[in-house]
Design a protein around this ligand. Structure first.
Ligand code: URP
Ligand code: ZN
Ligand code: ZN
Length: 464
């Protein structure tokens, strides 16, 4: 059905103006100061956006849906994550495909993509995980890249399971350069993590509060430095995921100044939470375990500054949805320790509103930066053509946003499949009033009103 949105304040990464938008055949076909309703078909759906912003659909370029961990699995499906993402204003997701060393890459690719096909309500794509690099893997990666998956994912951490060794890293980067793909990377020095975990656990330091000391900022900065060396020599474009601290950002920034093609991602938990959360009583700290860990409060402050100056390009979530009961609890002493806690903080539903509240309302970033880091940069870096902005010819992925709406996060009515949200009870400002995906209304006032299964696997251009 055609769609007319009138009287909105359109905000993109570069512009801010009032106009009406008309959409037909899934795309934006007219943007004019005032569109005469007599000039659009009578069946067009009409949304009055007076007093509201109109943003491009937000993009989360780093989520996990299907994520095995020691015999258990992350809780979301593409049904629950689609609803959660859309209610939160996110219209496109990119999931990490995370095979282990023993998995066949093509089988993993079909396993992960198959879980979204015919089910997802938002548009989606994948970063192809590379846990091993040999002749067979190289051929499969070429084929996967040719099918429109123009980014790979490597773990410098988790060696022997998800992580690659140095020879494999170099060869993956070379292949990516050849096919125009960008390599996303989790940067932590695995040897240091393993040694420090062993020392801490054998000293009886087993609670969640010891997770951060097991992988301090130097461990992450060393990982980024390692990636920078390899990326420069291979000539590869790289994207450092979930950068949590000043030293890691500075290493990437300096490498960029010396010619490295590197972009930096931060994730919402690292911006709005700090390491004291992992000290909470009754094992509640386990909810805050992710890697790299939440840091001392001066690091979030640094990240906000780096976002404002656009040293950091994107704000994603690294949504990794494990329950507290039965999953995070796997690491409860004395039966377990912090190394047994599945890593991840579910946040896909609240990223945009947290960024608006703690970024825009708090005066840390302006509206254009908000749109740029939560939508436009992801579209640009990952070849999502027609996404990430509002212009004629672009997909009609739009968020009519009420910046004055005040509300409190409640686990009772969230759409994520997890049994908790770490943002439970948080007071937020701003919420999507209407969310559309290619012209179809999917959300109204916090309620999912769309249909499942219409989400599209996006064929992404190899822009690097
Ligand atoms: O703690 C995290 N980040 N969990 C998800 C897996 C990953 O490393 O991205
Ligand atoms: Zn990671
Ligand atoms: Zn991740």
């Amino acid at each position: 059905m055609p769609l007319l949105i009138t009287n909105g304040r359109i905000v993109t990464a570069t512009d801010d103006y009032e106009a009406d938008i008309y959409c037909a055949d899934e795309t934006i076909t007219r943007i004019e100061r005032s569109i005469d309703p007599a000039t659009v078909p009578p069946e067009a759906e009409w949304i009055d956006a007076a007093g509201r912003y109109v943003f491009p659909g937000f993009i989360d370029p780093h989520v996990h849906v299907h994520l095995p961990f020691r015999g258990t699995h992350a809780r979301d499906t593409w049904v629950s994550i689609s609803r959660a993402a859309l209610v939160g204003g996110t219209t496109t997701l990119i999931e990490m495909i995370c095979p282990t060393r023993d998995d066949d890459l093509m089988e993993a690719f079909h396993l992960w993509t198959g879980k979204a096909a015919g089910v997802a309500a938002c548009d989606y794509s994948f970063h192809m995980g590379v846990p091993r690099f040999d002749h067979g893997a190289a051929a499969q990666l070429r084929e996967i890249a040719d099918s429109g998956i123009s980014s790979f994912k490597v773990f410098l951490a988790y060696k022997g399971a998800l992580g690659v060794d140095d020879e494999e890293l170099y060869r993956t980067l070379k292949l990516a350069t050849e096919v125009g793909a960008i390599v996303t990377a989790h940067c932590e020095n695995e040897t240091l993590v393993a040694e420090r975990q062993r020392e801490l656990v054998s000293a009886g330091r087993t609670g969640p509060q010891w997770h951060e000391p097991s992988r301090p900022v130097q461990v992450e900065a060393e990982g980024v430095h390692h990636l920078m060396t390899f990326a420069r020599l291979a000539g590869a474009a790289v994207y450092v995921v979930h950068t949590s601290c000043e030293p890691a950002v500075l290493v990437a920034q300096r490498a960029r100044e010396r010619g490295a093609r590197v972009w930096i991602e931060s994730v919402i938990p690292h911006l709005v939470l700090d390491r004291t959360c992992a000290e909470r009583e009754n094992f509640d700290g386990a909810k805050y375990i992710m890697s790299p860990p939440l840091r001392e409060a001066r690091h979030p402050a640094f990240l906000w500054d780096a976002l404002r100056s656009r040293v950091i390009s994107t704000v994603a979530t690294d949504h990794a949805p494990f329950d507290f009961a039965g999953q995070k609890e796997m690491g409860r002493p004395p039966r377990g320790d912090f190394t047994d806690i599945p890593n991840g903080i579910p946040s896909v539903e609240h990223r945009v509103d947290l960024l608006y509240t703690h970024g825009v309302v708090a005066g840390r970033i302006d509206l254009n930066t908000f749109v740029d880091c939560a939508s436009t940069q992801a579209a640009r870096l990952f070849g999502l053509e027609g996404k990430g902005s509002i212009a004629v010819g672009y997909d009609a992925d739009l968020v009519v946003y009420d910046g004055d709406h005040r509300w409190t996060v409640s686990g009772e009515d969230h759409h994520m499949a997890t049994d908790h949200s770490v943002f439970e009870g948080w007071r937020l400002r701003g919420r999507a009033s209407v969310v559309t995906v290619r012209g179809k209304v999917m959300v109204r006032d916090g309620r999912f009103v769309g249909e499942l299964g219409g989400g599209r696997l996006l064929r992404r251009a190899a822009v690097h």
